[in-house]
Design a binder for this molecule. Structure first.
Ligand code: C2O
Ligand code: CU
Length: 502
């Protein structure tokens, strides 16, 4: 099978060249550095950071926590699948990267060092970082170079994340393992008595293809670009078939969909309800009971799951329920790609209750939430997401445009409330993500908003044929940002626009 269909033009050719040259560079570097990096990675591997409360059979990695400092982009080796070492691309020496934890109002400072054989950068997804710190796709750190990052974290307490964002290379770098959590705390949240410490679990969900070589090599075919790369197994914090040895108590799960393309319909197999408490960018006003929640790439949901009445020895399974893509083409499997189809049922995480736990209570209310009033919007912009079939140069577009780093496509003014209509005019789901601010979802034409869409968000899933309306206001910084589809194959193929905030 050819990697590029005939007619792939200049942009695609450039991307293909970068892809091939990058791969050759990696091979050369691996020989030189593999042993040194492997030694480094094994001393700081996630499993060695596992808390003492976890039993031996607990296979859920807990990445170590940092507040800043040096974050190195490098290639290492780590036992992703048990019994084999897998080459991983990392930020901070492991997959997933260390969890950054800061208090709202503090200044975050880090030095990002690039020891990869290709350019990279880091985007602080969901945080209103100044444009020169935001990881714009053209603002790259060359191999061997480093970058000082420092900005005050003014964002709400919540579950954010970081990952690379180089134009045309984001999907491969994230797939290889480069991503981590960025958690913001504040005193108001701390006073709620929500589960904390070992009962507060950041969980990044990433599907990957289980190859015979147990590798995370990135090699999408043309049809993988249509659906985005879909795997056959869900890794939680970098581990397939992850199992948590749990106490019989209340847990706070901070779920991040860090997958390239997969949408999850998350539910517990026994049908139990859980309490949704937070969205992409912080807590909501009060817990909302739900039995399932849809999570597109880039989105987060925070929930409370009550295991206090589950007897020791019982197992609760979190999985992704099967679903049909409304108006869709039938998913990746029918199109002959390597992973499970979009919407296929997949196991996510086993929670095995192995000990009693402390009493805990679900707060009746959480935090006050400012509601953006769509009636007060001063202007309106429309974003139409479209795809050509089969993919040819310029096939992945927003408002008819494929990403061009030299062009500014969208303008917005700080302090002005706008309504944005995001229209999905294609047969694939697209998670729409905006840099530089958070927004609120006003309506979706396909039906009601999900329980995790009732607060502040920075990424929203759009289904084929539907229009999602957002209320959005930029507040903090002026300058050049991007907006894009967070299906990383679509993003790299050009479904992204430059946006100048004035
Ligand atoms: Cu999580 Cu522009 O990205
Ligand atoms: Cu997309």
């Amino acid at each position: 099978m050819r990697h590029s269909p005939p007619g792939f033009g200049e942009v695609a050719a450039r991307r293909e060249f970068l892809r091939l040259s990058g791969r050759m560079g990696v091979g050369a570097l691996l020989v030189a550095e593999a042993s040194a990096l492997a030694a480094c990675a094994s001393t700081s591997s996630p499993s060695s950071a596992t808390s003492s409360a976890a039993a031996a059979s607990d296979s859920l990695p807990r990445p170590p926590e940092i507040a800043g400092g040096t974050i190195t982009a490098s290639i290492g080796s780590q036992p992703v699948w048990s019994g084999t070492a897998t080459t991983v691309w990392t930020l901070g020496g492991q997959f997933p990267g260390p969890t950054i934890r800061v208090v709202r109002g503090a200044t975050f400072s880090a030095r990002v060092e690039n020891r990869l054989p290709e350019a990279t950068n880091v985007h602080w997804h969901g945080l209103a970082a100044p444009p020169e710190m935001d990881g714009h796709p053209s603002d790259l750190i060359s191999p061997g170079q480093s970058r000082e990052v420092t900005f005050p974290v003014a964002d709400r307490a919540g579950t954010y994340w970081y990952h690379p964002h180089p134009d045309g290379r984001t999907a491969r770098q994230v797939y290889g393992g480069m991503a981590g959590f960025f958690i913001v705390e504040d005193p108001a949240e701390a006073s709620l008595g929500l589960p904390s410490g070992e009962y507060d679990l950041p969980l990044v969900l990433q599907d990957r293809r289980t190859s015979a070589a147990r590798s995370l090599d990135y090699d999408p075919g043309p049809m993988d670009v249509v659906s985005g790369l879909l795997g056959d197994a869900v890794l939680v914090n970098g581990r397939p078939g992850a199992e948590l040895a749990a106490a019989a108590t209340l847990y706070r799960l901070r779920l991040l969909n860090g997958s390239n393309a997969r949408v999850y319909r998350l539910a517990f197999t026994d049908g139990r309800t859980f309490q949704v408490i937070g969205t992409d960018a912080g807590l909501i006003e009060r817990p909302v009971a739900a039995a399932s929640v849809d999570l597109g790439p880039g989105e987060r949901v925070e929930l409370l799951v009550d295991l206090s009445r589950d007897p020791v020895g019982s197992v609760v399974l979190l999985r992704s329920l099967p679903f049909g893509v409304p108006g869709g083409m039938g998913g990746g499997m029918m199109m002959g790609t390597g992973g499970a189809a979009q919407g296929a049922a997949l196991d996510v995480l086993r929670l095995r209750v192995d000990r009693p736990g402390p009493a805990a209570r679900i707060p009746a209310s959480l935090v006050p939430l400012e509601r953006l009033d769509p009636a007060e919007a001063a202007s309106r912009q429309v974003f139409t997401l479209a795809m050509g079939m089969p993919p040819v140069a310029g096939a992945f577009t927003i408002n008819g445009r494929s990403y061009d780093a030299r062009r500014v496509d969208v303008r917005a003014r700080r302090g002005i409330l706008e309504l944005w209509e995001v229209r999905n005019a294609s047969s694939e789901p697209h998670p729409f993500h905006v840099h530089g601010t958070s927004f609120q979802v006003v309506a979706r034409t396909s039906g009601a908003l999900g329980p995790h869409e009732q607060g502040w968000k920075d990424t929203v899933l759009t289904w084929p044929g539907e229009t999602v309306t957002l209320a959005i206001r930029f507040e903090r910084h002026a300058g050049l940002y991007v907006l894009h589809c967070h299906n990383l194959e679509h993003e790299d193929a050009g479904m992204m626009l430059n946006m100048e905030v004035a």
